[in-house]
Design a protein around this ligand. Sequence first.
Ligand code: PLP
Length: 415
Amino acid sequence: MSGLAETDPEIAEVIEKERLRQLNGLELIASENLVSHAVLEAMGSIMTNKYAEGYPGKRYYGGCEFYDIAENLARDRMKKLFGAEHANVQPHSGTQANMAVYFAVMECGQGKMMSMSLSQGGHLSHGSPVSFSGKMYQVTQYGVDLETEMIDYGVVEEIARKLKPDLIVSGASAYPREIDFRAFAEIAEEVDAYSMADIAHIAGLCATGMHNSPVGHIDFVTTTTHKTLRGPRGGAIMCSSEYAGLVDKAVFPGMQGGPLMNTIAAKAVCLKEALKPSFRDYNRQIVRNAQALAETLADGDLRLVSGGTDNHLMLIDLTDRGITGLEAEMALGKAGITANKNTIPREKRSPFVTSGLRLGTPAVTSRGMKEEEMRSIGEFIIRALRDIHNEANLRRIREEVVELTGRFSLYPDEP
Ligand code: PLP
């Protein structure tokens, strides 16, 4: 870091302040995680220096022989981890992985897709009107059943039969329950649509058997590599060999130019880590921690959407507390706990205010925290939300958060 401190002290200072924020705070954003030293080293390496348009063995630039090895390692490890026939590790992000699949199977302006609505758990890139996906395709959305707050596969099937979409998208950003990917695959087959599963949030869980995997059932599986997979920020796509050419062409030259090869090297590192038995233990602990946190919150009279969680995240419904998601997010922030406001199934407020709060356990589990710490964190949250305007109360909780986090490393590969 001495080079950076000399060249750009302002940025060096920002990085140090952010390091301390991460170290001293509780990160409960469900889509975030902490990476190992090894992943950071690959990300910050000279692998950023070169262009490598194309794919291993077929590049548009000379001098790519070592980049080819790195990309092949990333692809092969991803295939092995998920049991996939083909993997493309070039998408710069999850949104771009989704974009590439849409490009691969739908005509711009005419393609018809079905997906989960943003307000009930889906992602922006699944057809929200403010995203390219909602502007370029004809989108019909399904939500959750308002009683159970879970997906009703009968309703999904009914919509699919009527709409006859080109593509049915499953996967979510704020859905605390297991998704039945086989049911989605069967519905798509019945109506002769392509199927896509976006496992950005649950990739680690799918890879380790903590959640059923869509690979082998769903035509295209997209993901990010930075959530439960615990790698660098980025995207990837898996599919059968039959669709490999279609996907590869849609990514490059269809949607992107040169791949971020430092990120691809770091993806290879994270996938190597994910192939170790300890990654299964880690993902099992993510789920156990989510359950312990959810139980503590429910015991504190906080209502959880759908009554609990099967995965790494949960949604608190704050409606009967008389506070908004935004107020809760701000109060927890003062207490050293980072979480995000989120819409809930019967949402009446705007997405900038919301009635819900989303919490996830991937990052705190990476720090080595277990059920006991989850119970403490649950108590912090209950105390903070009981009295969100009591600054002294929030300050006291923050001190306890600093005491708790002080016992755990920020790096999953450092005890
Ligand atoms: N898909 C899902 C289900 C997500 O939750 C997210 C991000 O949270 C994305 C895609 C987008 O990933 P990115 O931010 O890398 O574009």
